[in-house]
Design a binder for this molecule. Structure first.
Ligand code: NAD
Length: 485
């Protein structure tokens, strides 16, 4: 295999945990700064975001190197999926922050006659961001942009599985902020657990639903608010009215970018029986067009690797289990001298009881199931936990509306995959098992803000609700309950 495509270090299972004393010091040290930042102006916050954005451009080579060292991520993919979302998020926040921070006036209801009211956004305070390994830069700095825009201090714990990116983040953020404002804490589960014992003002967690439950349990002890950006199985429906080539090309890119290790990657496909064979042939062509001849795939620098051998074995296990239960591979694996390489693999005749249909795949395997009646995929999707994303391919609007209105998902694309992530005006988040709360743009700003109601009394009639009650006040209260409510 081409050495350029080979990650330089194995999985850092032995990453050193951060000393709890340092974590406590950082947490205490951020308290006064968080108070001071409450009064920070839009201009001050924008200046920080501007500097962060500029430093991203200055350090792009270092970002490429870190991502390559961790999982052979191609440079172009790093630009599109790690750098672009963060600089776009920062740019959007810089343009909109003044209006986001402006208190929103609320007109009085009849009962509130004589008062004025507004909603202010105030920083939550000292926040914790815990990020995953699959987009290590994007999913650390994206939420950080929102936290800074909202005027918070942050302790960031990146994933231990991408140690080069974690080291990069520590150095990068140390160049921009003092540790009493933004600090990076490296480590694995133990470090995470030490952090989770502290009474943060908000926790923004991105990762698996299983760990999401642990985070929410820990947050409950302090009644800390949480944003949980989780995962799950994101289904695709390809209707018989779909443009088959468009569906195949966008799905194949969405599935195999980052080697399938994307929270919103198409997890499995339901294709209408009438176009099944044509769709599979179009997927094969799309794979060839994107990644070239399969026998040379292991040398192709545009094809990423599975993050570590543990995950390779997990994904391989899903494949073996599906095959044992009767799955066929119209596009199968190819051998390679690399224990983190698995070729893009399409599976058909997949048993719905196979593990691959239960667990989030998070790797380059794409089960393709067929249906004859749209009720079948809808029932099957509704029988599973609500997904983070659901994609529908159709030109028939009735089918699109049926799918959107009869299912629930964090987000959806019609005739496209994954692009909703890049739309700065859309909320990005899951629902129930796939997450709680939203990120991106104004939604991200709100995740890191508390909405504070402020009512000013000028000449309200509140005094009429107070004792001593006489004939008039009793009449007035009855009148208010009936007519002013
Ligand atoms: P993970 O849940 O294993 O780890 C995420 C973070 O939690 C890491 O920093 C890790 O150190 C920490 N952690 C792990 N175990 C912990 C524990 N027991 N207690 C406290 N902290 C712990 O997730 P991952 O493997 O890094 O990422 C993959 C998962 O994340 C997938 O499920 C994917 O769908 C999801 N994801 C979701 C989004 C989104 O935006 N919704 C984005 C990317 C990934």
């Amino acid at each position: 295999m081409n050495s350029a495509a080979q990650p330089t270090t194995p999985f850092a299972e032995t990453m050193v945990e951060t000393d709890p004393a340092r974590i406590h010091r950082l947490f205490e040290g951020q308290q006064p700064k968080a108070l001071a930042l409450r009064g920070s102006s839009a201009a001050e916050r924008i200046a920080k975001l501007k500097r962060l954005r500029e430093l991203m451009f200055e350090k792009r080579e270092a970002i490429h190197a870190a991502c390559h060292a961790d999982f052979a991520k191609p440079a172009a993919e790093v630009e599109v999926t790690e750098i672009l979302p963060v600089v776009a998020e920062a740019h959007h926040a810089m343009r909109k922050l003044k209006s986001w921070m402006k208190p929103k006036r609320k007109r009085p209801t009849l009962l509130m006659f004589g008062t004025s009211a507004e909603v202010r956004t105030e920083p939550r305070g000292v926040c914790l961001i815990i990020s995953p390994w699959n987009y290590p830069i994007n999913l650390s700095l994206g939420p950080l942009v929102s936290a800074i825009a909202a005027g918070n201090t942050v302790i960031l714990k990146p994933s231990e599985m991408t140690p080069h990116c974690a080291a990069f983040l520590q150095e990068f953020l140390a160049e921009l902020f003092d540790e009493d404002e933004v600090a990076v804490v490296q480590g694995a589960v133990q470090t995470s657990q030490t952090l989770l014992e502290l009474p943060f003002d908000h926790i923004f967690f991105t990762g698996s639903p299983a760990v999401g439950r642990i985070v929410m349990g820990a947050a409950a002890k302090h009644l800390t608010s949480v944003t949980l950006e989780l995962g799950g199985k994101s289904p695709v429906i390809v209707d018989r009215s779909a443009k088959i080539k468009t569906a195949a090309t966008t799905l194949i890119w969405g599935k195999f970018a980052n080697n399938g290790q994307t929270c919103i990657a198409p997890d499995y496909v339901y294709v209408h029986e009438a176009i099944r064979d044509e769709f599979i042939a179009a997927c094969r062509e799309a794979l060839d067009a994107l990644y070239g001849p399969r026998e040379k795939l292991a040398e192709n620098d545009d094809y990423c690797r599975i993050v570590n051998t543990k995950h390779y074995e997990r994904v391989r296990g899903l494949l073996d289990d599906a095959i044992e239960r009767g799955a066929k591979l119209p596009v199968g694996t190819v051998p390679a001298n690399d224990d983190r390489f698995l070729a893009p693999t399409l599976l058909t005749q997949v048993n719905e009881d196979a593990r691959i249909m239960e667990e989030e795949i998070f790797g380059p395997l794409l089960p393709i199931l067929s249906y004859t009646d749209i009720e079948q995929p809808i029932a099957s999707i509704n029988a599973r936990p609500k997904p983070l994303a659901l994609y529908v391919y159709a030109t028939d609007n009735d089918v699109i509306e049926t799918v959107l209105s009869r299912t629930s998902a964090g987000g959806s694309c019609v005739n496209q995959a994954m692009m909703h992530f890049l739309h700065g005006q859309l909320p990005f988040g899951g629902v129930n098992n796939s997450g709680i709360g939203n990120s991106h743009g104004h939604y991200g700003y709100m995740a890191f803000s508390h909405e504070r109601s402020v009512l000013r009394d000028r000449f309200s009639l509140a005094f009429l609700f107070r004792p001593p009650y006489n004939a008039f006040t009793r009449w007035f209260i009855r009148f208010a309950v009936r007519w002013l409510s």
